[in-house]
Design a protein around this ligand. Structure first.
Ligand code: GUN
Ligand code: ZN
Length: 434
């Protein structure tokens, strides 16, 4: 048995601080000890309470640090790391000009897919993201490449083959039947491997036939362990086009609902322009939303209504949505998320933001039984954050009078420089100072 312990400021959540008054919802220690054994959380408490448990081991003392669970990116596209920061377009033109060519660039190129996946995962770890729900491309080998690299790093990661059989470049299209067969083969190939999970991934309503969406629904019905991952109501022109393509559907949500895609294991990216009926349908189905603020601002898609989603009881995680998103750092998503709520006369407290970036995202991805907080028995995916990573952070955070003030300044000012170490299942996976 290998036991290790860290002493530092520590923060994690047992529930959603925006919607719970339970005193155990937020667990914040000014001086706490986290004990890990064989890659799992053994205990978290004050140093005094854990003296017996830590008697025979060396406790790593990190006084200028904050330990939190690893970040969960609830929506990101790995092939798009190469086109992040593409100038001048809104969603539909941006897809044509930047996203589709980048994805076509991985066609028949196993080596390039592996290189891109490897770079992407190293960047996630450098930014403190230990779990993610990831779009690959329509090509099955790009899923193999990502899963292979994630397996090497022992990451809890979910991905799937993009299904798209309509209104896209020829090189990027499958067929309804082949998308079903290829997805099924990938599910069987990767099921039970390491900490990986599969998501059935129709790109969005605009690039799938009704037949393909029905096949996606069949895959979900046949495989209760997989997620559904797609885009929904991101952009006004996209919504108009969905109405033209599916004239008998009540609305965009109904396009997915009719195909059996509205489930409690479904994650919908964006949801910026939901109607009340659509939101109510998502809530009733217990589907989750990935809020992607840096992307929504970058593409000018709109301002997500976080408050109303929360009131409806919908689980919301934070997505970077790179390459439409502008950063792989969850700090950027928290910071831009706050600004989106400001523009809507709403708010995003630091506790709510850190919850969404950790346990909230894990709940959205149905991996909260394994990760997302420091409950005993969970897998030890966690971060050591440097609260003095830059001169400005040192000065500003040093003047914070409360834990929450410190967290808020952290989420506004921090980036990858603040991630001193990333641990995956108790093992050091990134060390900034190496
Ligand atoms: N909708 C369909 N595909 C995409 C994509 O690649 N990025 C974003 N932001 N929205 C999409
Ligand atoms: Zn996306």
């Amino acid at each position: 048995m290998s036991r290790t312990a860290w002493r530092s400021k520590i923060l994690h959540f047992n529930g959603d601080p925006a919607h719970s008054n339970d005193p155990d919802t937020v667990m914040a220690y000014n001086d706490g000890v986290l004990v890990v054994e064989d890659g799992h959380i053994l205990a978290l408490d004050t140093p005094e309470a854990l003296t017996d448990m830590t008697r025979d081991i060396e406790v790593q003392h990190l006084p200028d640090s904050l330990i939190i669970p690893g970040f969960v990116d609830a929506h990101v596209h790995y092939p798009q790391v190469d086109i992040i920061g593409g100038y001048g377009e809104h969603l539909l033109d941006w897809l044509e000009r930047y996203a589709f060519p980048a994805e076509i660039g991985l066609m028949n190129d196993k080596g390039k897919a592996e290189d891109t996946a490897s770079f992407f995962l190293d960047e996630l770890l450098r930014n403190g993201t230990t779990s993610a729900l990831v779009f690959a491309t329509v090509y099955a080998h790009t899923v193999d490449a990502l899963f292979g690299e994630a397996l090497k790093r022992n990451m809890r990661l979910i991905s799937g083959k993009v299904m798209m059989d309509a209104h896209a470049p020829d090189a990027l299209m499958d067929t309804a039947q082949s998308s079903y067969e290829d997805s099924k083969a990938l599910i069987e190939k990767w099921r039970g491997k390491g900490r990986l999970g599969y998501a059935v991934t129709p790109r969005f309503a605009l690039t799938s036939s009704e037949e393909q969406l029905n096949f996606a629904g069949l895959l979900l019905a046949e495989n209760p362990d997989v997620l559904l991952h797609t885009h929904l109501c991101e952009n006004k022109k996209e919504i108009e086009r969905a109405a033209e393509l599916f004239p008998t559907a009540r609305d965009y949500v109904d396009v997915y609902k009719r195909a059996g895609l509205l489930t409690d294991r479904s994650v919908f990216a964006h949801c910026v322009h939901l109607s009340d009926d659509e939101r109510a349908d998502l809530a009733k189905a217990k589907s989750a939303i990935a809020f992607c603020p840096t992307s929504n601002l970058f593409l000018g898609s709109g301002l997500f209504d976080l408050e109303t989603a929360g009131q409806a009881g919908i689980t919301v995680g934070l997505g970077s949505d790179v390459g439409a998103g502008t950063s792989l750092s969850s700090f950027a998503s928290m910071s831009e998320g706050y600004k989106v709520t400001q523009m809507r006369e709403q708010t995003l407290s630091p506790l709510h933001a850190f919850y969404m970036a950790t346990l909230g995202g894990a709940r959205a991805l149905h991996i909260d039984g394994h990760v997302g907080n420091f409950a005993p028995g969970k897998e030890a995916d966690f971060l050591v954050l440097d609260l003095a990573a830059t001169p400005l952070m040192k000065r500003r955070l040093g003047r914070a009078n409360t834990f929450e003030e410190m967290l808020f300044a952290l989420m506004i000012l921090a980036d990858d420089r603040a991630v001193r170490r990333t641990y995956v299942a108790g093992e050091l996976a990134h060390d900034r100072d190496e």
